[in-house]
Design a protein. Structure first.
Length: 328
C-alpha cells in the first residue's frame, strides 16, 4: 500500500514533523510512505497513492490520482476538500475531529474570562507601567464572573460538548443550538434548541461561542441580524471557522458599543490583513488560529490516522468519516 503524507503549510505549526512520519513507517513496515511538502510534489506523488494523509487535496490532485480510495485530514475542517469532484467521487473522506476539543474548549473559557475581567485593558496599561484601577472601574462595564452567566454554544459536536462541561463547572448556565435536538444532551447542557430559535435565545445570552462546522448553510450564520439580536454587554467567541461570522457586521456591532467584546481565533480571510479594523481594538482579542493546538497535537493526530489505517487495511469501519454532502 502506498500512503502519501501531504501535510504542509506556510505556517510551521501546520507542517507535520518528520518524526511523526517516521513513527508511521516503523508501525507499518510493509507500507510505503511518501512525503509531499508542496502542491507540486503532491501532484507528482499522488498518482499511485492508495491513501492520502492530508487536508490539501485539490481538484488537480484528485484528477491525477489513479488509485486513491481514502483521504484522512489531520484537522477537523475539511471544507477546502469538498469540491464537486471529491463529493461525487467514491473516495472516503475522514477527519480528526475531537482531538483538539479540550484545547479549544479551554481557549473559549480563557478568552471569555479575559474579556469579563478586562484583561486586555490591564495588559495594555502594564506595557506603559500605568496603575489602571480607576480606569477599569470607570470604563462603564462591571467586571464579571462566569458564575450566573448564560452561555450559548452554537454547535454541539466534540468542541461544544467539552466547552459545556467547563463553562458549567464554573457556574454558567449553558444552552446549545444544534440541528439534532432529539439526541441526548452532553453533561453540562441545560437545554438544546433548534437553529430556528437562534435569534430568540441570543437576546438572553451573555456569551455566544461559535463552534459549528462550516457548510453552505452556516456561512455568516452570525450576521447583522443575529448581532443586533444579541444581549447588550454580551461576548462573542469564534473558534470554528471565520466565515461563520460576518466580520464587517461584527465591526459595526462593536462600534455601536452594545457588545462587551469579541474573541476571534478564526477569520474570513487568513492571515488577518494588517488593515483589518479588528486589530488594535481594546474590545477584541485576536489569536492567530491556534486554539486547537496543544503539546500532543501531532502525536494524537498521527495516532488517530494510524488507527484508521489499520481499520482501512482490515476492511473495518473508519472513525470520523465525513458526510461529504452534509459537509462534516
Amino acid at each position: 500500500m502506498l500512503v502519501l503524507v501531504a501535510i504542509y503549510s506556510e505556517f510551521a505549526s501546520w507542517c507535520i514533523p518528520e518524526a511523526e512520519v517516521d513513527v508511521l513507517r516503523q508501525q507499518f513496515p510493509d507500507y510505503a510512505f511518501l512525503r509531499a511538502d508542496s502542491d507540486e510534489e503532491t501532484l507528482a506523488r499522488i498518482v499511485d497513492a492508495d491513501v492520502a494523509f492530508s487536508s490539501r487535496i485539490n481538484p488537480a490532485h484528485l484528477d491525477a490520482a489513479r488509485r486513491l480510495a481514502w483521504v484522512h485530514s489531520p484537522a477537523a475542517g475539511i471544507g477546502s476538500m469538498l469540491f464537486p469532484a471529491m463529493v461525487e467521487s467514491d473516495v472516503i473522506l475522514s477527519n480528526s475531529r475531537g482531538i483538539s476539543a479540550r484545547a479549544i474548549a479551554e481557549h473559549s473559557v480563557l478568552v471569555t474570562l479575559a474579556l469579563f475581567r478586562k484583561l486586555p485593558l490591564a495588559f495594555e496599561r502594564q506595557r506603559t507601567r500605568t496603575w489602571a484601577q480607576n480606569e477599569v472601574f470607570a470604563e462603564g462595564r462591571p467586571i464579571r464572573t462566569l458564575r450566573g452567566a448564560r452561555v450559548l454554544l452554537v454547535g454541539l459536536g466534540a468542541i461544544g460538548s467539552q466547552a459545556a462541561q467547563l463553562f458549567a463547572a464554573l457556574g454558567a448556565t449553558v444552552t446549545a443550538v444544534r440541528r439534532r435536538v432529539s439526541e441526548p444532551a452532553p453533561h453540562g447542557i441545560a437545554r438544546v434548541l433548534p437553529p430556528t430559535q437562534l435569534r430568540a435565545v441570543l437576546a438572553e445570552t451573555d456569551v455566544v461561542v461559535v463552534a459549528a462546522p462550516q457548510t453552505a448553510q452556516t456561512v455568516h450564520l452570525i450576521g447583522a441580524d443575529e448581532l443586533a439580536a444579541m444581549k447588550e454587554d454580551a461576548v462573542l467567541v469564534n473558534v470554528s471557522r471565520g466565515k461563520l461570522v460576518d466580520e464587517a457586521a461584527l465591526v459595526h456591532a462593536l462600534n455601536s458599543g452594545r457588545l462587551r467584546g469579541a474573541a476571534l481565533d478564526v477569520f474570513e480571510h487568513e492571515p488577518l490583513s494588517a488593515g483589518s479594523p479588528l486589530w488594535g481594538r481594546p474590545d477584541v482579542i485576536v489569536t492567530p488560529h491556534v486554539s486547537g493546538f496543544y503539546e500532543r497535537y501531532w502525536p494524537d493526530a498521527r495516532t488517530l490516522f494510524a488507527d484508521n489505517l489499520r481499520r482501512f487495511a482490515a476492511g473495518q469501519p473508519l472513525r470520523n468519516v465525513v458526510d461529504k454532502r452534509a459537509g462534516y
